[in-house]
Structure formats: C-alpha cells, structure tokens
Design a protein. Sequence first.
Length: 481
Amino acid sequence: MNSWVEVRSGAYRDSVTLMRVSRTLAERDGVTAAMVAMATELNLDLLTQQGFAVPAGAGPNDLVVAIRGVGEAAVDGARRALDGLLAEVPAPAAPGIAETEPPRTAGAAARRLGEPGGLALVSVPGRYAFVEAMDALTAGLNVMVFSDNVPLHQEVALKEAAGRRGLIVMGPDCGTAVIGGVGLGFANAVRPGPVSLVAASGTGAQQMMCLLDTAGVGVRHVLGVGGRDLSAEVSGRSTLAALAALDADPATELIAVVTKPPAPRVADLVHSAARRLDTPVRFAMLGEDSADLTASTEEVLTTLGRAAPRWPSWPADRRTARPRPGALRGLFAGGTLCAEAALVARRVLGPAFGSGGHRLIDFGDDGYTRGRAHPLIDPTLRLERLAAEAADPACAVLLLDVVLGYGAEPDPAALLAPAVESALERRDDLRIVVSLCGTPADPQDRDRQAAALRAAGADVFVSNAAAARYAAGLARNGGGR
C-alpha cells in the first residue's frame, strides 16, 4: 500500500469543490483513500485517524492532499489527476454579452446594475462574511448570509446597519430561504401558497414547509434570520423586520415563526410585535413544554381551515430479529431536527434519557463544518459514525435525518442505504429509523428515497417528531409502533 501527503500553503478552495474532488479521486481504480481539504484541526484529526502522517505546521489556510492506493501507479495517477480537478474553468460569456471584467463584490455588482433593494447572497468563509455583507448593505441590498462561523458582534453590527437602511439581514448561518417561491440555499420544491415563514432555523423551516406541502398547502416566502437572532444579544432584529415585511405582503395570509427556544425577553418582544400585525401569526418555538414541529404545522392547518393528513411513513421491508431495549443514538445533519428529536426522546424516555447512554449529535454544528462541506452535502463524517455506532453493542436504535432539496446531496439514499443494509446485516437486534424531510417534487424525489431506505431495512417517516417518538419507544422497550 502506497501513501502520499502534500500541503499546499495558501491554496484555498471551497469545501464543496474539495468534497467533490476527494470523491472523484477515491473512485479511481486502485485508490483506497483520498482526502483533499483545508487543513483545519478537524480535517487533520480525520487524516490522522485514517493513518496519514500530516506534515507539521499545516494550518487552516493551507490545502492538504492525502492519497493512499494499491501500488505506486494508482497513487501517481491520482496525483496527476488532482490539478485538473482543482482547476477552475470560467464559464464562457453568453452570446452577445461583452466580456467585461466581472464585479469583485456584491456591492459593485449592485452599483453596476443600478437596482437597489435586491438581494445579495453571501457565502464565503465566516471571517470574510462581514465585509462582504456590509458592502452589499451599503449598496442598498438586502443580504442573506449563508456563511457560518461569523462572530456574534459582527452579526449585531450588520443587523443594526440593515435596520438603519430599512433592509433585512438573513443569517449569518441562514441555510434556507424562499423568496416569492424561489428557493435559496437548502430549500425544498414546494407549491406556492398563502403561508410565509420567519425562521431562526433552517431545517425546522424545511420540516414545516415540507409538511405543509404534503397537506396540500403552499408556501410563499421563507425568511431565514439565523439561529442567534432571537438571542438576548441580537434581540430579534431580523425577526421583527421580517414580520413587518410579510405583514405588508397582501399574498401572505398567515405567518409562522419557527425557532428553537428564544431568550425570554426577546420572545415577549416578538409576541408583542406579532399582536400588532394585521396578518395572523402562529409560533413554533421548540421548548421543553412546547408542541413539536408536526403539531405546530397541524395548528397552522387548523387556522387555515384545513384538516391535517395522516403523515406518510414507510415501515421497513425486511425485519431483523425482535429489537431489544438499549441506547438511542441520533446522527443528524439538521440542528433543529436534532433538537426536536432530543425533546421528543426526553419525553418518551424520561430520566433515563440523560443516563442510559443515549446521545444525539448534530453534524451540522459549526465545530463539524469548519473547513468542511455541510453534512447535507458531504455525508462522510456521519457515515463513518453510523458504522461505529452500529458496531457498539450498547446501541439498540439509530435515528438519522435525511434532508432533501436544492443544494443537498443529489441522491442521499445511494450512500446511506448500503450503509444501513450493512449495519443491519452485522446486527440482527439493531433498528434504524429515518426522518425524511422532503417533497415528491424535490430533485431527489422523496418517495424514491423512501423506497430505497425502506428496502435497506430502515423505518422511514416524513414527520421528524414521529420518527423520534418511534425510535425512543424502541429504545425504551424494544416494542413496535
């Protein structure tokens, strides 16, 4: 077995590009492992775990390449292919368009177009996001900051600047938005309709919009505000601006606010603002004593005079031996889905939730995404953890979310279903439960994904709360539905 490791100082590439390059190299004949990534602490740890010797001094501004293969020829071939894969080929200019130098910032683009009031989407490493977002605000643009790892004081400064200009900052760490039916970031293909969402939660918004779509109710706007907007420090600045903007939209008949627990003072502020609006507002604020997102969606449907459907689920095609009680392990890509599952599991398992070896991990947390693509795009870390948890005899139930939509992994079941099948073949007392957030119109096709995961042996639910309730019940007593 031959290995090769190289560090390229200052050679930055975005995490999505590097994930695709790594995958392409790993699929070459004779290559047994390949990783091309920025040399963050997390990525260096992963390389060490894979048995690569990383040169001393590599840092987060450096590109590290590690390839292992059967024989020198396989490794040398991958090395030769690397530069071509990393090369950026600019798209040709459209016919009839003068090949002028492109603007280098969002603000420059806005000034060239001369159309203030539009929207700039900022997706750069977190330490650079403030400068780009402030430039866009100065040019009169609303801003969606997709970037994470942005310091809190910079978020406050951006939102104060937006407020002075009558603009909105969505984010930082705003992963999902829908503007007039057009999805941005990780958004699902949902029918247009009368409901608009204000969301301090990306996957929470996706869960609600997908459930509404399943119930035949469409969505007009989803304004993400970032997970910290309802903190005491940020004080709901973007939430209040979003509520006012949606109240002024005559096509929005109902507003839903989706968030994890807000700071008490900020919750009071937002509720007070909502009572002054002409448009009815419903709240889905996850907390110990609050309704789950499915129940909150059902309340929205009731307000609209619509009956909640029976939420679809797909029981596993093949059953292993009768499951036994044991530890529940949750491996999530969505932070709010993880938080909701923890609340539901705690209600089912009671005090044992904190002492029975149960644990739920959010792989979309900043600590896991620094220098890496989000797990909705790159499932590598989660698949590795799935195999490790399945090998732990204390683990009785694995609970995972699969989030579909634009920007997400093109075919998550293609990677997850074989991993599920392999885990169940090794453990006949293990059960795997999947929360599937998506719609039939998504590029990945929700129902096709469900069929593949069901065939692999997983129980699949469109309601994250229902999936967590079922999984926790299995962990508690090994029972069925």
